[in-house]
Design a protein around this ligand. Structure first.
Ligand SMILES: [Zn+2]
Length: 270
């Protein structure tokens, strides 16, 4: 093993914590200051990244030594963006956001992920305390980017988003929230309010013993490009549609504005 600079190791030591649950080990690095532009204002977030490990290392120098010998860029790590006093505040808004290369990065309108990402960050800031978990192994509801591209090709040939995944041999939704929940539980024991339309996320938290005090719905702007995708999420994936029962609903901008105002003011309880 290389000899590492004692000062560098000491600077890292305070910012790396180990979470051990069962036979799993998760190293969490942070907080790291991350100033983020939200609608022209610079907001100070605290950023944490975590790394799954099969085994724990006896000391930090051993961990760093391993990092330089494995190519971590080959698979992405997930991270958590914290605002306010997420750990101790009575109320905290939590969003588990699945990575979406096309929606989050390119701004694709085939889905509402890009909107949901920014909107949930704004809701967390507006509420005062919370965290956005950006889940790197959830691309295409857990099937990966290449398979998602194949699913898009099938969708262009008439299949809906659920059938496209099924035709490729995947489950409709292959996402696992265990790791993110382990990290959340290590940071917070008080109840959380989840920003989601997806009942599976609420169920996963409750099942893992995390108290959930409420849910805030989050629907993006509907367009001709994503209306079928959004309706499929409701009709086939069990997403909670609140008052979204008809396709006409998607084109009413006034109603959308009213709903967003309601979302800003309070929560819808399960
Ligand atoms: Zn997406």
């Amino acid at each position: 093993m290389k000899a590492y600079d004692a000062e560098a190791i000491s600077a890292l030591r305070d910012k790396i914590r180990l979470i051990q649950t069962g036979n799993k080990a998760i190293y969490v690095a942070g907080p790291i200051k991350l100033p983020i532009d939200l609608d022209g204002s610079t907001i100070a977030f605290s950023w944490y990244v975590w790394l799954n490990a099969d085994e724990t290392t006896p000391d930090l120098a051993c961990l760093i030594d391993r990092l330089s010998r494995v190519n971590l860029a080959e698979w992405q790590q997930s991270s958590m963006l914290v605002y306010g006093d997420m750990q101790r505040a009575e109320h905290a808004l939590i969003r588990f956001h699945s990575i979406c290369h096309t929606g989050d990065i390119f701004g694709s309108k085939r889905c509402d992920c890009g909107y949901q990402l920014k909107q949930s960050m704004k809701q967390i800031v507006g509420s005062g305390n919370g965290a956005l978990f950006y889940l790197a192994d959830h691309e295409g509801r857990g099937i990966g980017l290449f398979s998602k591209a194949l699913a898009y090709i099938l969708q262009e040939n008439g299949y809906d988003t659920v059938d496209a995944n099924l035709k490729l041999g995947f489950a409709d939704d292959a996402r696992d929230y265990g790791e993110a929940i382990d990290v959340l539980k290590a940071f917070r024991t008080k109840p959380v309010t989840l920003i989601t339309n997806n009942p599976r996320k609420v169920e996963a938290l409750v099942k893992a013993g995390m108290p959930v005090s409420g849910r805030v719905p989050l629907w993006g702007e509907a367009s001709e490009y994503n209306v079928r995708y959004l309706m499929t999420k409701i009709a086939r994936s069990g997403h909670m549609s609140e008052r979204l029962q008809s396709s006409e609903r998607w084109i009413s901008r006034d109603e959308r504005a009213r709903e967003q105002e309601e979302q800003r003011r309070g929560t819808i309880h399960p």
